[in-house]
Ligand binder design. Structure first.
Ligand code: AMP
Length: 356
């Protein structure tokens, strides 16, 4: 990772005049809305003039100012201009994906969260080392497709939003569907119900669930709506459809709010805290929002199949708060919580502890 000196960058900033900035996509309406509620100026980077119209249609989620670029890569040429505006980037999944992980790591603008997490999150082996090292249970991995003995999900590396993933129950099914020349992981298909848990880790505040350094909060949870797997049964059972060559897909199209039985919450906090503790040891901590993607089995066990290390789009149903964040502070989205953390860090002169 390129050595970005956050202290040097911040030394030139007017801390009383910061601007929260992100790319207009993913969870940006919520991020701008949250920043606005905390009194920050906001700047939205839009790819193409046309997109502005969409954001202007939501006055409370519209950034104060737009920066129009032709494509994401142009952002790299605008870093000086952005720093002159005292910009803090709040990255989301689309920001990282479209800019490209390498460019994101070397982007010379103060960025919310610890960018080093990307190295652990984007490599499936390292991700497993981290999560299993934290004591979490992940779906079993099948190293050799010849040993497929129960339903598995095949995931192509680098596939976004579940695109191309498929289910196989035997080696023959796997062989029929696997695309040549693409690297993949085979995981046990965990039977159960999915919960995507939205946490917030603050290394500088202790008002949540305490960990060795700071605290975590549970702000909300969602279930992703995935086409076609989530509605394919309207047409027939998956087995029936597969026989005639119709295979379910896992492409995310939206998010559904959800709450969980309260008796599972101790385990939810336990998992979040362990992930944070391990991250502190491995790379200095997963700062800010993160999401554990889980399946709860009929034994009420959690299997964690993925971690997202920044704000997820699953927080979008909760612009005005969730049944969990309402019990911390009313009207608090994840976007607003991020802005609050920045505000708190300014007051305590700790910005370098939450930015990278
Ligand atoms: P991912 O890209 O890993 O988030 O996976 C995309 C989607 O595939 C998830 O949102 C789940 O619906 C499903 N999925 C992923 N891994 C598993 C698993 N091990 N068992 C069951 N479903 C899974």
């Amino acid at each position: 990772m390129a050595d970005i000196n956050i202290k040097d960058m911040l030394a030139k900033y007017d801390k009383n005049n910061l601007t929260i900035c992100t790319v207009c996509s993913h969870s940006s309406l919520q991020i701008f809305n949250g920043a606005r509620k905390e009194g920050f100026k906001t700047l939205g980077i839009v790819v193409g003039e046309n997109r502005k119209k969409v954001y202007q249609a939501f006055p409370l989620g519209c950034p104060d100012e737009f920066l129009v670029v032709k494509d994401y890569k142009e952002i790299l040429k605008k870093t000086k201009e952005l720093r002159e505006k005292n910009v803090i980037i709040v990255p989301h999944g689309s920001f990282v994906e479209y800019l490209g992980p390498k460019n994101f790591l070397k982007l010379e603008i103060p960025t919310f969260g610890n960018r080093k997490v990307l190295l652990w999150e984007s490599d499936r082996d390292k991700e497993r080392e981290w999560l299993e090292g934290a004591g979490l249970t992940m779906p079993q991995e099948v190293k050799d497709p010849h040993f497929i003995e129960k339903p598995v999900i095949v995931k192509y590396h680098g596939a976004k939003g579940g695109r191309g993933f498929f289910i196989a129950k035997t080696y023959e099914e796997f062989k029929k569907r696997i695309k040549p020349n693409r690297s993949y992981t085979i995981q046990e298909f965990v039977m159960g119900t999915r919960y995507y848990l939205h946490y917030f880790y603050s290394p500088i505040q202790r008002k949540g669930y305490k960990v060795s350094k700071g605290s975590i909060q549970l702000l909300s949870m969602d279930r992703r709506d995935e086409t076609t797997i989530d509605e394919v049964q309207r047409l027939g059972s998956i087995a029936e459809l597969e026989e005639i060559g119709i295979h379910p897909t896992f492409v995310v199209t939206g998010n559904i709010p959800i709450v969980m039985r309260e008796s599972l919450l101790p385990k939810v906090f336990d998992m979040g805290a362990s992930v944070v503790e391990k991250s502190l040891k491995l790379f200095g901590g997963i700062i800010g929002s993160f999401c554990l993607e889980t399946v709860v089995t009929d034994n009420l066990e959690f299997k964690v199949f993925e971690i997202s290390a920044r704000i997820v789009a699953g927080t979008n149903p909760y612009v005005s708060g969730s049944p969990y964040s309402d019990l911390i502070q009313t009207d608090m989205s994840t976007g607003r919580r991020i802005a609050q953390e920045i505000k708190y860090a300014i007051k305590d002169n700790k910005l370098d502890k939450i930015l990278s």
